[in-house]
Unconditional design. Structure first.
Length: 349
């Protein structure tokens, strides 16, 4: 019994020693340095790249349905800016004005660009953007294309003026009794005569009067010497003998004496601004002249409406006598004028 007790005590001692040998060693944690004790951060001074300033005029997108590209120092910029902005407002279209314009700036909403900028830049941009209609305002050295319309300050050609004179007089004269006085043996006189006849007959065809004396109009007569009454009166009397009541006098042969002679016989005339002797005229339908701003505005509004627009001189009938040419007849006249200037109507036989 005593022997078993000794063995048991010995066993406990050995077991205690084994447990002590297996106990893991405690490792003390290493303290981390506080943020204040951290190593200082080194800052490198690197060169800063300069970012170029953006030109808002040349880089911003343009989205107005009507755009006025006011380049250079055109004397028409101020007037066009006001008239085009008003036209856009009247027709419910958005409007934008720029000084510089590139193809990248044009958005799909832009429909018409009126421009007084550099002709070469306009021509190039129009070729790059065939879906946009361009109107170039009184610029030399620029050619019209299907989407580039060139409006100049010239009051049309001799032929255009004579054609429209014949048309307007036939439109407003009872029984089509109209005629023209032109210079004899002169190229300009021959062209004036032919275009006047073409214009009158474009309106009335055979132009045969309905009442006595029945005849076929128009008639023309040639003046041999515009500076001598003996040179122009026989021609005027020849037309009066044919009961002509409205005449077109070729501007180059006009004089106060001739127009006073016609006024005394109650002859209606149609003239050209600056024509000599107009102050002596009696009944005047109107005067042909140039209204560049009105022509540009008209071209722009037609293009915005999806219609065609004329290229060429800004030929207008101004100072219209509403007692002779009513509003309805004036609207018809303007329609023919636009078609003539657009090249859809020939001004000579």
């Amino acid at each position: 019994m005593k022997k078993r007790t000794s063995i048991f005590v010995l066993f406990l001692i050995i077991f205690s020693l084994v447990l002590a040998a297996c106990k893991p060693e405690t490792v003390e944690p290493t303290a981390l340095p506080s943020p204040s004790e951290s190593a200082p951060t080194q800052t490198l001074d690197l060169p800063t790249a300069e970012v170029p300033a953006q030109d808002s005029t040349s880089s911003s997108l343009v989205s107005g349905e009507l755009v006025f590209w006011a380049g250079g120092a055109s004397p028409y910029n101020s007037s066009l800016s006001e008239r085009l902005a008003l036209a856009a407002q009247t027709f419910g279209k958005s409007y934008e004005q720029v000084e510089n314009l590139t193809a990248d700036q044009l958005t799909p909403s832009v429909r018409v660009v009126a421009a007084t900028a550099d002709p070469a830049e306009i021509q190039a941009l129009a070729s790059l953007k065939p879906e946009i209609q361009f109107v170039a305002v009184d610029l030399p050295g620029i050619m019209s294309t299907p989407n580039l319309h060139v409006i100049t300050s010239q009051a049309g050609t001799l032929e255009q003026q004579a054609f429209l004179a014949g048309y307007a007089l036939a439109l407003t004269t009872e029984d089509y009794r109209v005629g023209a006085l032109t210079l004899a043996n002169d190229d300009a006189g021959n062209r004036t005569r032919d275009s006047f006849i073409t214009g009158a007959r474009y309106f009335c065809g055979l132009c045969n009067s309905r009442y006595m004396p029945v005849d076929y109009y128009p008639f023309t007569a040639e003046v041999t010497d515009p500076n001598n009454q003996a040179g122009w009166q026989p021609a005027a009397d020849a037309l009066l003998a044919k009961t002509v009541t409205a005449m077109y006098v070729q501007p180059e042969i006009s004089s106060p004496e001739l127009l006073a002679y016609l006024a005394a016989r109650n002859i209606t005339i149609i003239g050209v601004e600056g024509q000599v002797g107009l102050e002596m005229a009696g009944r005047v339908v109107g005067l042909f002249g140039s209204d560049l701003i009105a022509s540009v505005e008209q071209a722009v509004t037609r293009l915005l409406a999806g219609e065609s627009a004329a290229s060429g001189g800004s030929l207008e009938l101004r100072q219209v006598n509403s007692e002779i040419m009513t509003d309805g007849k004036f609207a018809l006249f303007n329609q023919i004028r636009e078609e003539l200037l657009s090249g859809f109507i020939k001004d000579r036989p």
